[in-house]
Design a protein around this ligand. Structure first.
Ligand SMILES: *[C@@H]1O[C@H](CO)[C@@H](O)[C@H](O)[C@H]1NC(C)=O
Ligand SMILES: *[C@@H]1O[C@H](CO)[C@@H](O)[C@H](O)[C@H]1NC(C)=O
Length: 650
């Protein structure tokens, strides 16, 4: 993510609207290059509750009081008292773990009679579905208990109006030392909306005057592929549906930290949840780090994605660069992070930790990105020594890994000479269409490029990062998706040097977000697939393995295309993008002896300013039809559309 409009010159050529004359596209007989299998994938970081409250399936917000200041209103975010209980976050005199110094103290007032307790409101709601079993757990102790025996507590899912959808009871022993309780909670009824609570309550009369400390509370719905501490099924399935080849993590700005101490540190994100301290993220909320390094790697394996892993590179977003003489421990921490992923448990302590956590075999790792957006602020000035020292040290230890530079290509000049660069751009739909030739003029000298973040985010070229009132998009539109698709035809044509590309951000809460637009929006109840999502899916599923040159589109026109072959199925796949508001007729001339007489057209089209939103989630969805094909055939690209034409040509 970036907040500076730098790096690229907008082609300010104006095209005049004329009636569309048919364009003839002549396709070459031979392929120019192989298309990398890595081409289309996903860029992930925790932003707009994409992780905590989003992909990470945990339902309780502020479950472990990580990084909050005890006694403040903010420390109780997500929690409320039930029936007159007194609740406060305190610095525990005997914390449940070193990583979690705080606990929630619940005191039942003298004279209580009803069920009293504490409730969590979830991440802006909790979805409750009938016949679904939720896994609840928490740590507790009775800090000043003098009595023995046990106290029964009720765990329930309720509407805010008190309707109970499911409940179970657990027995709490009145001990001053910590114990953990876990229970399955099955909903017998679905809630009509997501304004629901998870409630822990006790009988007021029985517990009057008693105090209990609660720590590391958790409530999980069923997760993707049933993984413990896993991912929210509908979001995970939507990400899987896109067909991504890679997953870049953990950021993005969220890798960097505002200060050096607040950087993402791999070792704070692995192991038992009670040993993860959490951190103040870069996007205005506290990260639980429940979705940690091991979870990311397992997710990559589940979806057959290759990881593109970021390491912290000595720069914090607040503007601090670690001096060259003090880089050593950070380089060591990065080496440990890589060893956690691929190291040998016999020789690396980090790899031995991975083995103790149940994974002796290494994961696959080929790409490591060194920092994030080191073209911002004072970062470029220090990246020369940071890159040199970090990459020199790590390349010697990990000769098979490709290190990706995060500055603007070739500025500043870096040694060792980068073999891979990550390029980011947030721009207008028009910019994307008119820059589909961005890479055509790059030298072919062995350097590879990762279009690591891109999205059409505004219709206002003079204020790309402005507000919605100034043209900023809240959700991708048909027009923005078409602009991106036009740009992506250029990435395909240049996939001899562009090895990977990802829209960003990947996921964002529909209303509680720090950035718009997002590829997938969601709330506690649902996932909303954007027009841009369908474009990404189109390209991922129709990547092909050979690029076939054809007549080039006009650089600043409104009609774009690319032609690929999928050898395994003998298919020719043509993407046609029309960014104009009128139909664009096009004639394809193919040199192949056998071309099937019919094929399919998958088409995404609609009003240019139309978006898929929570109130209209399926305003624009792909439609598949049969089309006539042949050695020469005509296709009418609908107004503002992205079409994928597929036919067999053995
Ligand atoms: C992670 O490792 C660093 C040293 O690389 C250390 O300073 C830090 O305390 C560790 N954090 C946790 C939570 O273990
Ligand atoms: C590759 O090309 C770029 C310009 O596109 C140039 O700046 C760079 O020095 C070249 N790199 C090598 C290794 O020749």
């Amino acid at each position: 993510m970036w907040n500076l409009n730098v790096g690229r010159v907008i082609l300010a050529l104006l095209t005049t609207a004329t009636a569309a004359a048919a364009v003839t596209v002549t396709v070459s007989a031979t392929a120019s290059h192989a298309i990398p299998t890595t081409l289309w994938g996903q860029m992930y970081e925790d932003i707009s509750f994409s992780g905590d409250g989003g992909l990470y399936a945990e339902l309780l917000r502020n479950r472990a009081f990580q990084r909050v200041t005890p006694g403040t209103v903010a420390s109780l975010v997500g929690w409320q008292a039930v029936n007159g209980a007194s609740i406060a976050v305190v610095a525990e005199s005997e914390p449940v773990s070193n990583a979690l110094p705080n606990a929630l103290r619940l005191t039942v007032p003298a004279g209580s009679t009803a069920q009293v307790g504490v409730a969590n409101t979830g991440y802006f709601g909790i979805k409750v579905t009938a016949d679904t079993t939720y896994k609840a757990s928490f740590h507790y102790r009775f800090p000043s208990s003098t009595s023995s025996g046990s106290l029964s507590a009720t765990l329930s899912l309720q509407s805010t109006a008190g309707r109970v959808f499911g409940s179970t009871s657990v027995s709490l022993s009145r001990s001053t030392s910590w114990a953990r309780v876990a229970a399955d909670l099955t909903a017998t009824e679905s809630a009509g909306d997501t304004s629901n609570l998870f409630v822990i309550s006790v009988d007021g009369a029985e517990a009057a005057g008693e105090t209990v400390s609660l720590a590391m509370l958790s409530l999980f719905p069923p997760t993707f592929r049933g993984r413990e501490n896993g991912l929210r099924i509908d979001l995970a399935e939507a990400l899987e549906e896109m067909g991504p080849a890679f997953f870049r993590f953990p950021g993005g700005n969220n890798l960097e930290g505002q200060t050096v101490d607040r950087r993402w540190q791999w070792n704070a994100t692995v192991g038992p949840l009670v040993d993860r301290p959490g951190r103040q993220g870069d996007w205005s909320y506290i990260n639980t780090d429940g979705l940690g390094l091991l979870e990311y790697l397992e997710w990559c394996e589940d979806l057959n994605m290759i990881p593109i892993m970021g390491i912290w590179a000595g720069y914090a977003l607040g503007g601090t660069s670690v001096p060259q003489s003090q880089l050593g421990p950070y380089i060591q921490q990065a080496a440990d992070q890589i060893n956690f992923v691929i190291g040998d448990p016999a020789t690396s302590e980090a790899a031995a930790l991975r083995a103790r956590l149940g994974r002796p075999e290494p994961f696959a790792l080929e790409y490591v990105e060194v920092g994030n957006e080191d073209f911002i602020g004072s970062a470029p000035g220090t990246y020369t020594y940071r890159w040199r020292d970090i990459v020199t040290a790590l390349q010697a230890q990990f000769p098979d890994i490709h290190f990706i530079a995060s500055t603007i290509p070739w500025n500043p000049v870096l040694t060792p000479v980068p073999t891979h660069y990550d390029v980011h751009v947030y721009q207008t739909p028009t910019w994307f269409a008119q820059n589909s030739f961005f890479y055509d003029d790059f030298q072919r000298n062995g350097t590879l490029y990762f279009e690591g973040e891109y999205a059409a985010i505004s219709t206002n070229p003079n204020n790309i990062f402005g507000s919605p009132a100034q043209g900023r998009l809240v959700y991708p539109t048909m027009q923005s998706a078409a602009g991106e698709a036009a740009f992506m035809t250029g990435l395909e044509r240049n996939s001899d040097i562009v090895f990977a590309a990802a829209y960003a951000p990947l996921i964002g809460h529909a209303t509680n977000n720090q950035w718009t637009p997002n590829l997938l929006a969601f709330d506690a109840g649902q996932v909303y697939k954007s027009t841009s999502f369908y474009v990404q899916k189109f390209f991922s599923h129709n990547r092909g393995d050979e690029y076939i040159p054809s007549t080039l589109p006009a650089r600043t026109g409104t009609l774009y295309w690319s032609v690929v072959r999928k050898t395994s199925t003998s298919e020719i796949i043509i993407k046609v993008i029309n960014t104009a508001a009128t139909v664009a007729p096009v004639t394809f001339e193919l040199p192949f002896a056998n071309v099937a007489s019919t094929g399919t057209a998958e088409v995404l089209t609609g009003g240019g300013t139309t978006s898929n939103t929570p109130s209209s989630p399926n305003a624009i969805v792909p439609v598949t039809s049969t089309i006539a094909t042949g050695q020469t055939f005509d296709y009418n690209a609908p107004p503002v559309s992205v079409s994928v034409l597929t036919f067999v040509a053995p």
